[in-house]
Design a protein around this ligand. Structure first.
Ligand code: HPA
Length: 263
């Protein structure tokens, strides 16, 4: 049985409208969905997401009156060195009917006025890794246009939802660093000069794949730390997991408000 058949058998065949990917420390948001949860381990082709702080389950069901499919955790390039690792889950969201994909992550900020605990709507990205999940894709469809990859109308709607909810939402450019080691302060200075506002180890390959699949994309970072060399705090995965809940509560309010507008 394919992942798609299995999901439809367990969660019903009604199309979902939205796919949601939850980043480090945000996985508990999947529990807010009134629906059916399926472990990735039961879904052929899904990755064995092995990063603590993630919740490797697909949940299909209702959130604020919208049928959604939530990926409670992601697999990262740095786990096995495979930039296509999220392709099967994203293809499955698309096959389930999703037209829109909202990605979330934890990130380090370059902007002192966007400190830990704040949210940043991603306006564009810099692929600092040089990797691409479409390398080896045989058709001309691989030449994906990445202008406005972060859908302007979705960004406006999310910004409006944040304003209505009284949640501050910065906007900026996210740079993808392969990880799993964190950046050096010199790398952070370099990436900053290139024009990034935040840095993290995910999301960018998923955005490329999602645009390839024809999904509309939006993405929000929860800022968990100032980037390397910008503050005295010691950056660690423990710190990321400890700080993510600060932004997660605001992110949940923002998302619920936005979804109510869609319902
Ligand atoms: N760098 C890379 N990834 C991250 C960071 C960071 O500073 N914070 C959270 N994820």
């Amino acid at each position: 049985m394919t992942a798609l058949d299995l999901i439809r058998a367990r969660a019903g065949a009604a199309p979902v409208r939205l796919g949601l990917v939850l980043g480090s420390g945000l996985g508990h948001l999947a529990d807010a969905v009134d629906g059916v949860a399926i472990d990735y381990a039961d879904l052929p082709g899904f990755p064995h997401a092995g990063v603590s702080g993630h919740n490797p389950r697909l949940v299909v069901g209702d959130l604020e009156g919208v049928r959604v499919a939530v990926l409670g955790g992601r697999a990262h390039y740095y786990e096995k060195g495979d930039p296509t690792v999220m392709r099967a889950p994203l293809e499955t969201l698309k096959a389930l009917g999703a037209e829109t994909l909202l990605l979330t992550n934890a990130a380090g900020s370059f902007r002192p006025e966007v400190p830990p605990g704040e949210l940043m709507l991603i306006a564009d990205h810099i692929n600092f890794s040089g990797l691409n999940p479409l390398i080896g894709e045989p058709t001309d469809a691989r030449f994906v246009n990445m202008a406005d990859a972060y859908d302007p109308a979705l960004r406006a709607a999310l910004a409006a939802a944040a304003a209505a909810e009284g949640v501050a939402l910065a906007e900026g450019v996210y740079a993808w660093y392969s990880g799993p080691s964190f950046e050096t302060p010199a790398e952070i200075r370099a990436i900053r000069i290139l024009g990034a506002d935040a840095v993290g180890m995910s999301t960018v390959p998923e955005v490329i794949l999602a645009r390839f699949l024809g999904l509309r994309v939006a993405a929000i970072s929860t800022i968990t730390n100032m980037a390397a060399g910008m503050s005295d705090e010691v950056i660690s995965h423990e710190h990321t997991k400890a700080m993510a809940p600060l932004g997660a509560a605001k992110l949940e309010r923002l998302l619920r408000r936005w979804l109510r507008g869609l319902a």
